[in-house]
Ligand binder design. Sequence first.
Ligand code: NAP
Ligand code: HSE
Length: 428
Amino acid sequence: MHERKRIKAALLGLGTVGGGVYKLAERQKNEMEQKAGAELEIAKILVRDKEKVREGVRTELLTDNWTEILEDPQIEIVIEVMGGIEPAKTRILEALRAGKHVVTANKDLVAEYGRELLDAAESTGADFLFEAAVAGGIPIIRPLKQCLAANEIGEITGIVNGTTNYILTKMYEDGMDFDEALAKATELGYAEADPTADIEGYDAGRKVAIMASIAFRSRVVFSDVYTEGITKISARDILYAKEFGCVIKLVGRARNTRGGIEAAVYPMMIPEDHPLASVRDSFNAVFLHGDAVDDVMFYGRGAGEFPTASAVMGDVIDVMRDIRYNCTGRISCTCYRDTPVKPFAEAENQFVLRMKVENRPGVLASIAGVLGAHQVSISKVVQKIITDGAAELVIVTDAVKEMAFGNALEDLKELEITREIGNVIREY
Ligand code: NAP
Ligand code: HSE
């Protein structure tokens, strides 16, 4: 075994996650030698504003000069927790090309440039680890790459955005309206500064791209993922979900089908007895099926200072062990296949369509006629009289291609008996 006592690392960023990593490294100081075979020293911290007061952090560690870190041969690990694409991407590439190991929590970057970053790591035999990039504190990248490596994974479905899960839980359980629930999620620090990425499904979409790439061993990037957010979910949708024994969740879902990989984010009605239905508030969970292991669910905190720092520090400790045993670069890119990603129009789903129609004879027949013409089979219909000669219809379909359902919907909008299309939600 290689005898060494101290490994130096640099933190890039000292915000929510960086602050958590710093504090956790301090808290674990006396354990590191036994856990990782060496002490960990955070030798430099890169920030934008060096003058800002950072409680509990030694000011001499702060720098706004990246070159100081890049050119210090004693710094072996770079922990990138700044976020965003640039300058994070350039800095990570420079660090890897200089032979430094990199740990990151940056989902935006990994979902788009994962291959380039992993290739750069491979070229110098460096570790590039990103456990915190998906579902914060929940272990999912390492279980997929290691513990479940002997499985063929057919499907992976996750509640991977805490903000939207919190909003939907409050709407479902407390009857809160969307804006109030979003304001509360922001107040509790779950939402991004600009919550668009949360509520429109982009944050979950990035996590799906990363999970799908690893689960199916074939590269999926963010632009391959269809995204639909939760802004259209209303109290009426929740009422029908309850009537059908379901909850509504924003899910990220990837399936490895005969025609290629499907990757998407959308709100879904999930039966109350499915394990994902019990994931409440800001908690996250990832549910998958492997041919050998059967069903598995990972559950926990998907964001926040210490849950995310927990995943980052787990990676750092792994890198330290690899350095100590001279086996860095052991697990690099696992995308050895080249499976095509299906156009989303080809994906098959079951739909719950809510629409307001004229309440008179022949209405159901004309709707059934349009759906039938597009090969959309009906599995269930619920009708409620509203007022004013109008009725609300909720039609649940059998599984059908997205394109066929979309075309049928366009024709339904044109029917003279259609007053309004309320919403369309997929069903699990
Ligand atoms: P944050 O609170 O906004 O912190 C960002 C930090 O990076 C700040 O300290 C900032 O410096 C520094 N920084 C930003 N741009 C910089 C630049 N160009 N040069 C030098 N320093 C720069 O962000 P965060 O919530 O900790 O998130 C960090 C990363 O973790 C992101 O990739 C995010 O997606 C990921 N992540 C976050 C969570 C979470 O719960 N927050 C969970 C999972 C993954 P100043 O302090 O000087 O402004
Ligand atoms: N805004 C994100 C969430 C933070 O709500 O899950 C972690 O990515």
